[in-house]
Design a protein around this ligand. Structure first.
Ligand SMILES: Nc1ncnc2c1ncn2[C@@H]1O[C@H](COP(=O)(O)OP(=O)(O)OP(=O)(O)O)[C@@H](O)[C@H]1O
Ligand SMILES: [Mg+2]
Length: 188
């Protein structure tokens, strides 16, 4: 891969942090053919080489009618290795229940090895997937779970989805700065 040193370094830094403690969120945005999918693949390769479990999700325009399907399909592939996941009781909304189950699967995976979740083509993602991607990085902030999300910027963009993803990435950045600050104070 040529000319993407800065982007790869950003992902590499996150993965290094993610191995020892908390993860982070990298949001990749760009036009058609700019190398978003390739960057995700490179990040996944680096993560795999460092002992990560890699969860690979892709949104597409047909999956848009099945809420949460990109993440359910991606994590479902790994469900057998995430044993002992208890049912989520007491939550009447099936979408919230599904997001909780996904989070529990990721927690189980992250208790074994650090986890990288890549999600490609987010401009196709359904609202429940986007909601999950806003919630889960926060809920899993204390776990070794990292996220690299890619989104095409061609065509009509969904302002609300953009804002939600930017907030998730910004929250992860703020958290990291807080961590760095605390570490600096501790003299680490
Ligand atoms: N920095 C790079 N170095 C080498 N090859 C690259 C680079 N960026 C992109 N490519 C190549 O260009 C082609 C398009 O890249 P890729 O599919 O990753 O783009 P994309 O942004 O995901 O496109 P799309 O918007 O269609 O999803 C691929 O064959 C990829 O290998
Ligand atoms: Mg692509």
């Amino acid at each position: 891969m040529h000319g993407r040193d800065a982007e790869l370094r950003l992902c590499g830094d996150m993965l290094r942090r993610g191995r020892t403690g908390t993860g982070g969120v990298v949001l990749v945005e760009g036009q058609l053919g700019m190398g978003k999918t390739l960057l995700l693949a490179e990040a996944a390769k680096a993560a795999g080489a460092h002992g990560y479990t890699v969860v690979t999700a892709v949104a597409d325009e047909f999956a848009r009618t099945i809420p949460l399907s990109p993440l359910v399909l991606a994590v479902g592939d790994l469900a057998e290795s995430a044993d002992g996941v208890p049912a989520v009781s007491g939550e009447p909304d099936p979408r919230v229940r599904d997001i909780s189950r996904l989070r529990q699967h990721l927690e189980t995976l992250a208790s074994q090895r650090p986890v990288l979740v890549t999600v490609d083509d987010l401009h196709y993602a359904d609202p429940v997937t986007l909601f999950a991607l806003r919630m889960m990085p926060r809920q899993l902030a204390a776990r070794p779970v990292s996220w690299v999300l890619a989104r095409g910027t061609d065509g009509a963009t969904d302002g609300k989805a953009d804002a939600a993803l930017r907030r998730a990435a910004a929250a992860a950045r703020r958290r990291r700065r807080g961590d760095d600050h605390r570490q600096a104070r501790r003299g680490a």
